[in-house]
Design a protein around this ligand. Structure first.
Ligand SMILES: Nc1ncnc2c1ncn2[C@@H]1O[C@H](COP(=O)(O)OS(=O)(=O)O)[C@@H](OP(=O)(O)O)[C@H]1O
Length: 275
């Protein structure tokens, strides 16, 4: 992807650490950008996983697919892609073109738990022994996890956002959970598709937030069954969808350890996470 991908000025790139609600951001941005093409009751989101509508740039890594010739795919406009790459590792054309990047992250405690449970379940099945959580947490705190240290990933996009807020939008899961209407408007404006007063009065924002809510997406037949290339179950993208689920898996001592780590890594950056 780094070698071949050529961003267009109109592209939107969604960037995340794994298990930082990429799925939700894909559903929201697809709905925002295509709301005049597909009425809500006819949106492809009703019959396709958000991951099929907004492909990962690292397709070949995740799902064993050849990198498609993007010029031949009839994308709606704008093209929306997602990636888990660090900011400094993005293909040059993403940084150099006028395309826009939307980054979303979440409290690292919840991200760790979500990713750990996902990996365990995929490896060992639902009844996995969770004894390994302490070891995995220790490694996570040392920066050993998929896509490397979470602080580097988050700070890379945070600093890019501070340098050029028109290029990089920085979102947090906890803020979307708190006020999704406000965040949908913010995302739409950043993407260049602001809602008109008329659309707002028609309740379009509420319709999009309803369609993309955890419960609504999770209950769709397409997301309850099926898989992506026989590798990942569609249902695996919808677990609990809550802020603070880490309290059910991590001890207060582990949380304290993470708090200290975040204080030291994010010191002076202005970044804070709610738990
Ligand atoms: N619509 C919606 N609303 C709220 N939360 C949602 C939604 N869709 C997915 N989720 C939760 O996001 C977590 C999965 O993260 P990702 O989508 O980034 O997974 S992946 O990296 O693409 O595999 C995972 O979080 P946890 O429940 O904490 O494990 C999902 O449940």
């Amino acid at each position: 992807a780094r070698k071949h991908f050529k961003a267009k000025d109109t592209d939107i790139i969604l960037s995340t650490m794994p298990k930082s609600v990429t799925t939700w951001l894909k559903a929201l941005t697809f709905s925002i950008a295509n709301r005049s093409v597909f009425p809500i009751d006819q949106t492809p989101l009703l019959t396709s996983s958000p991951h099929m509508l907004v492909p990962f740039l690292e397709l070949n890594v995740y799902w064993g697919q050849e990198i498609p010739d993007l010029e031949t795919i009839p994308f709606p406009n704008p093209r929306i892609f997602s990636t888990n790459m660090h900011f400094k590792l993005l293909p040059d054309s993403i940084r150099e073109s006028d395309c826009r990047i939307i980054y979303i992250c979440r409290n690292p405690l919840d991200q760790f738990v979500s990713h750990f449970l996902f990996s365990v379940e995929n490896k060992f099945g639902k009844d996995a022994d969770l004894a390994a959580i302490n070891e995995a947490f220790e490694m996570y705190c040392q920066g050993i996890s998929s896509f490397g240290p979470f602080w580097d990933h988050i700070l890379g996009y945070w600093n890019a956002h501070l340098e050029n807020p028109g290029k990089v939008l920085f979102l947090k899961y906890e803020d979307l959970k708190e006020d999704i209407t406000f965040q949908i408007k913010k995302i739409a404006e950043f993407m260049g598709f602001p809602f008109s007063l008329e659309e707002e009065e028609q309740g379009l924002i509420d319709q999009i937030s309803g369609l993309c809510s955890f419960e609504s997406l999770r209950n769709l037949a397409v997301n309850r069954t099926g898989d992506i290339n026989g590798i990942l179950k569609n249902a695996s993208f919808y677990r609990k969808g809550q802020v603070g689920d880490w309290t059910h898996y991590l001890t207060p001592a582990m949380a304290e350890c993470m708090k200290k780590l975040m204080d030291s890594k994010f010191e002076g950056s202005g970044l804070m996470f709610r738990t």
